[in-house]
Ligand binder design. Structure first.
Ligand SMILES: Cc1cc2nc3c(=O)[nH]c(=O)nc-3n(C[C@H](O)[C@H](O)[C@H](O)COP(=O)(O)OP(=O)(O)OC[C@H]3O[C@@H](n4cnc5c(N)ncnc54)[C@H](O)[C@@H]3O)c2cc1C
Length: 492
């Protein structure tokens, strides 16, 4: 072992920075404390606990400390200390991620870098239709600022009260409105981020067009904390719709949802902003579990479609025309059980059904979650095939299938066979393998919007071509040569 004049401790044979064990723990904690002060550090077991477990309660880690910087300069100072001592960093926003990406390993040597104290609005530009806010601002708060300026931040996810702007950027979050507005990457005009050596990447000018080299802000979007810490983002805003047509329809087969979508979009002046499918199992658990909601339809169906069309500009005959077209389409497709919201309260209660599915599922105990996508033309076939094939594979298995069908994205969650008890590993592995293999064979992805985190690293190895992985690894080692950013996540 030797100490070079850069102050890092290196292994003479490999020149790699040695891990934390070689450095003095107390000195490191003092260095963090000198930068952050007492308000910026959580070191005791009880205080760290909520940061060390994920939202699902599936991943449990142990950190050296939870650091809560107040501004970008503090993030940079923390990163320099970490680089110097070879300490790994796990960035964390609202901790609502579904792949364990924000949970440290169990060694107690990684720090959790929580952005929750960095939640300032930097600026809002109504003319340029953009908002610049710090990474720890909850999405719902950013949406509120946009609304106050008469604009729309069109990301919509059920966790938006807690999930942060930085987390949504880092996971390239999707949600209900991707169909019309795209996922987070489409909204990111630029980010400010601290790289692992403590240097700053800042691209917050709000430019809509800028072809000057690699699109680094886009690359950091969806990088799940493995390349840099996002400290702020400039996001594009959209005009607010002046009204909505929202409806719920019972379907016999998910193909009807896709047929209706393409017919409705053809030549339409308005925007179809959400197209959500859910299954009879989703309806059952909504009724039997909290939030105990019953569908306002005449009878039960195999599948349900919750659709929304947004109208822009002054109220006109457009809404009535949309309703007429919807009614005609339902007739053509033989759909006779449909309700339309006629007030904001009814619209909210239709959306509460969709948003309540995850809560209902959670109360049954640990389910086996999958978040897959195929090209939209193939999604109906995949949904029906998987429901029947998985029931053949495991008798009595109930698949809670729901999701953003217009984007070709389904959440296919196998409910526990026994309430509160995780499925045996052997059964779970067989179900997961079948779902992912089928999706892969249909040209799809094993992670549509939730990311990879630690949950799906093995799938990267299984389904990604070696050349693809080689490029990802090259990017990782160029930006994070010491491998300190969120190790054990995304890359196998
Ligand atoms: C009920 C529920 C519904 C959901 N619905 C959807 C949905 O419809 N669509 C969807 O896409 N997701 C959904 N999610 C998943 C989750 O909310 C999103 O992934 C969200 O973007 C995570 O944000 P967060 O701030 O909680 O990030 P965290 O969970 O804290 O972190 C997620 C990942 O991002 C990294 N990260 C966080 N902040 C930063 C930062 N500032 N810089 C660098 N890396 C960072 C972490 O290291 C981790 O890898 C849902 C989750 C729940 C619980």
């Amino acid at each position: 072992m030797s100490q070079r004049n850069d102050g890092m401790i290196h292994d003479a044979g490999t020149s790699a920075t040695l891990p934390f064990a070689a450095a003095k723990g107390d000195d490191i904690m003092q260095a963090f404390s000198a930068v952050l002060g007492p308000a910026g550090m959580v070191a005791d077991d009880a205080g760290r606990a909520p940061y060390e477990t994920d939202w699902r309660g599936k991943y449990h880690g142990r950190s050296l400390a939870v650091l809560r910087p107040a501004d970008t300069a503090q993030v940079a100072a923390v990163m320099r200390i970490c680089a110097h001592h070879g300490i790994a960093i796990v960035p964390q926003g609202g901790n609502t991620g579904l792949c364990g990406g924000a949970t440290p390993n169990t060694a107690g040597r990684q720090i959790i870098l929580s952005l929750q104290r960095m939640r300032r609005l930097r600026s809002i530009d109504a003319e340029g239709a953009s908002i610049t806010c710090e990474a720890g601002m909850p999405l719902a708060e950013a949406q509120g600022h946009a609304e106050a300026a008469g604009l729309l931040l069109p990301i919509s996810i059920a966790s938006e009260g807690t999930a942060t702007v930085g987390g949504a950027v880092a996971t390239n979050a999707g949600g209900l409105n991707v169909l019309h507005y795209g996922s987070m990457r489409g909204m990111v005009l630029g980010v400010e981020a601290v790289l692992p050596d403590g240097s700053l990447w800042s691209d917050l000018g709000g430019l809509r067009k800028d072809n000057t080299g690699y699109a680094v802000s886009s690359l950091l979007t969806g990088s799940e904390g493995t390349l840099a810490v996002v400290t702020a983002a400039c996001l594009a805003l959209s005009p607010r719709p002046s009204g909505h047509t929202t409806f719920l329809a019972g379907l016999d087969d998910p193909g009807q949802a896709l047929a209706m979508l393409s017919a409705l979009r053809a030549g339409a002046a308005e925007a179809v902003t959400a197209w959500e499918l859910f299954s009879t199992v989703s309806a059952d658990i909504l009724r039997s579990e909290p939030p105990h909601l019953t569908l306002p339809l005449a009878r039960a169906h195999g599948w349900y479609l919750l659709g929304e069309v947004s109208h822009f500009g002054p109220p006109s005959d457009a809404q009535a025309a949309t309703l007429e077209r919807l009614a005609n389409l339902c007739d053509d497709l033989g759909l006779d059980d449909i309700v339309q919201a006629t007030s904001q309260a009814q619209r909210a209660s239709l959306w509460a059904l969709r948003e309540g599915i995850s809560t209902a599922e959670r109360s049954l105990g640990p389910s086996l979650k999958h978040d897959v996508s195929v090209s939209p033309g193939r999604v109906a076939g995949l949904a029906t095939a998987l429901v029947s094939e998985c029931a053949d594979l495991v008798p009595g298995l109930r698949l809670n299938v729901f999701g953003h069908v217009g984007d070709g994205n389904l959440h296919i969650n196998a409910l526990p066979l026994e309430r509160g008890v995780a499925m045996p590993d052997r059964v779970a592995d067989a179900v997961t393998r079948h779902i992912y293999d089928r999706t892969h064979d249909a040209g799809g992805s094993f992670s549509a919007e939730h990311g990879v985190g630690q949950a799906k690293r093995a799938e990267m190895l299984r389904y990604k071509p070696p050349d693809h992985l080689r490029v990802l690894r090259a990017i990782k080692s160029a930006l994070d040569p010491q491998g300190l950013m969120n190790p054990g996540k995304v890359l196998p």
